[in-house]
Design a protein around this ligand. Structure first.
Ligand SMILES: O=P(O)(O)OC[C@H]1O[C@H](OP(=O)(O)OP(=O)(O)O)[C@H](O)[C@@H]1O
Ligand SMILES: Nc1nc2[nH]cnc2c(=O)[nH]1
Length: 176
């Protein structure tokens, strides 16, 4: 059934059961890749709160988790726009980090995040994303765990917003 979020109409795209089945399979895959390592799952706020929560419920091994948020602001120097990380409260030095995103589109967010995490000298940074738009993603950072490859159209729900609305939808909808 179509839904309305603010001024836009969306159609059902990926239902809750399909998301759950995929997350269960990916959790098992991550576990088998860990070889005894205890990974640190890091969710990228705001969008990833639902996917991280559901993913780790399926992860049966030992793990830690936390969230980070990017902050963009105008700097005082000539380089104007700076993007920084707020809230990294885990020492990731020599740890296996799994960055958890709801969606990778252009990959700009991912490139910035990966650079910042690499400065903390982790053993390895793996990238998890529930959704990927392959037509839009032109960066060369390999994506280790991808839930769904989708067409290049705007989606909402399951943590993802349209102008701050729709994050609470339990399924993913695509713009009509
Ligand atoms: O690959 P990109 O083109 O960089 O787009 C992907 C990013 O966009 C969304 O975040 P957004 O900045 O909308 O913040 P939010 O998570 O708070 O919604 C999403 O959660 C990703 O982090
Ligand atoms: N909600 C939402 N956020 C995005 N960020 C990048 N692509 C998208 C998208 O399709 N939907």
């Amino acid at each position: 059934m179509e839904i309305q979020v603010l001024d836009k109409t969306f159609i059902p795209f990926i239902d809750a059961e399909k998301i759950d089945v995929r997350l269960k399979a990916l959790a098992a895959q991550i576990e088998s890749d860990m070889n005894g390592e205890v990974p640190v799952f890091i969710g990228v706020l705001n969008g990833s709160f639902m996917v991280l929560s559901d993913l780790v419920k399926h992860y049966k091994g030992a793990c830690e988790m936390s969230f980070v948020k990017m902050a963009s602001y105008i700097g005082t120097q000539s380089t104007n726009k700076v993007t920084q990380l707020l809230g990294l409260d885990v020492d990731v030095t020599d740890r296996v980090v799994i960055l958890v995103e709801d969606i990778v589109d252009t990959g700009n967010t991912l490139v910035t995040l990966k650079d910042i995490f690499d400065q903390h000298k982790p053993k390895n940074v793996k990238i998890f994303t529930l959704c990927l738009k392959p037509e839009a993603y032109t960066k060369d950072i390999p994506l280790d765990y991808v839930g769904f490859e989708i067409e290049n159209k705007f989606i909402v729900g399951y943590g993802m917003d349209y102008d701050k609305h729709g994050r609470n939808l339990s399924e993913i909808y695509q713009i009509k």
